[in-house]
Design a protein around this ligand. Sequence first.
Ligand code: 13P
Length: 257
Amino acid sequence: MLMAGNWKMHKLASEARGLASNLRRALADIDRPVEVLLCPPFTALADVAAALADSPIQLGAQNLHWEEKGAFTGEVSGQMLKDIGCDYVIIGHSERRHIFGETDESVGKKIRAALSARLKAIVCVGETERQRDENETEAVVQRQVREGLAGLSAPEMASVAIAYEPVWAIGTGKNATPEQAQEVHALIRNLISESFGEAAASSLPILYGGSVKPDNAGELMSQPDINGALVGGASLDADSFETIVRAGVAAAGAIDK
Ligand code: 13P
């Protein structure tokens, strides 16, 4: 079970440090099998890394460039993220796909760059409202998963998590129902099984994201193929994120995942 907060473009470095310290205190009793991950903006990574030093809470970035170094003004490499203390990086978030034009091809290149920098990748997939209305959810998710992960080996999949984030549920307060999410999570696990084998599929963490809140987290996390959450707005407040993490702990305890 992986409970992750994506802080998006929120929090000055000092605010981020305060939130990370509060969460470190609040979640001091949380241990395996539940992993907690905070993904602040680039400018706050160093402060959050310091606040989390020697704690089991992990650090992630929200994006990276696929090259190791060079003339790429404004970009940040996997090695730079690793160097500052990141364990994870989010790749292909729908905001990056839709606002900044990322494609399945660039997502694939970024995944390979993350793995070669020894970062774990959280690969985001999900359909828009129009695609769901036109019954294209399965085709869209299948294409994003297949093309994003093309060329990876089964052992490399041990460093990959997938986040299913229906675009219509992000920041809207409209979450997928547990049944809708479970259906797509099961589809993703099948796709991974077909491409990488049963062992890679059964150990793959598949997170749900899209308006996860304290009052819906428990039901979502109890679904058999939901192995965690990628939380946006509700991860910006220590109390609400703590409640969501504890919902994950309760679900993990009940079904041993
Ligand atoms: P919200 O939780 O604010 O809907 O955002 C979800 C998300 O995009 C996480 O990556």
